[in-house]
Design a protein around this ligand. Sequence first.
Ligand SMILES: Nc1ncnc2c1ncn2[C@@H]1O[C@H](COP(=O)(O)OP(=O)(O)OP(=O)(O)O)[C@@H](O)[C@H]1O
Length: 266
Amino acid sequence: MTDALEVRDLAKAFGGVKAVDGVSFALREREMLALIGPNGAGKSTCFNMLNGQLKPDGGSIRLFGAEILGLPPRKVWRLGVGRTFQITATFTSMTVIENVQMALISHHRRLRAMLPFAGALYKDEAYDLLELVGMEDQSGRACGMLAYGDLKRMELAIALANDPRVLLMDEPAAGMAPQERVQLMELVARVVQSRGVSVLFTEHDMDVVFGHADRVMVLDRGRLIVEGTPAEVRNNPDVQAVYLGTGAVYGKEKGADATPRAEAGE
Ligand SMILES: Nc1ncnc2c1ncn2[C@@H]1O[C@H](COP(=O)(O)OP(=O)(O)OP(=O)(O)O)[C@@H](O)[C@H]1O
């Protein structure tokens, strides 16, 4: 089976700093793959290259077998690589459903239909997406009134409007309460299965990483040092050395019993 993403020898330097230094990995279909590492390890640089925002110095990025390295962000997005950001970007004066409709209109290249904004356009599809993320009862609310966790769910609905095959998620659970984080990641896992999306995510919260990733990759100073199941990665001495003193590798593993554990820290 062709991998959703196949990355080979990806590299980017800023002056003398090798931010990403020969990174190779595969994101399998319907997989939740975590990319972790301490501050400055190169996670954002990696993501910015994967979605076309940053031009790599070298390497290869294949999306279901097709080379996408060097393509502009809009083209990469059109080919099915979506991204959700740490900072939620929405039109606060519009309602929840209007925001999702806007995303659908853009996906279907009907932007001219927005003048004036055609209220019924893609409304049913938008409602279906809101149902998928459990936000249908809030469809008529102004975005500016939403709680942070609801904004994140709406952001996921917006990302899904483009029908992505790969979703890059920058710290999806950042800024959320612990219970909300679990709910959001369970929702992402359901989306992975029901819509056949493959997810690559970065995260500092190790409960989220070890509790929800199928596999974990660890980046340190631009290089991938370890890749494996949550259990393999957490128990790896190299990983523990990278995170030494941060208390960050104590998160609960996927499928493990619920036991109290130390809160992850950066
Ligand atoms: N535009 C830039 N210009 C110069 N140096 C940069 C630039 N972007 C990143 N860097 C450097 O590249 C390295 C990797 O940074 P990057 O932001 O990718 O790490 P990160 O793992 O995402 O960190 P964090 O967890 O703090 O977001 C760092 O040394 C950083 O200072």
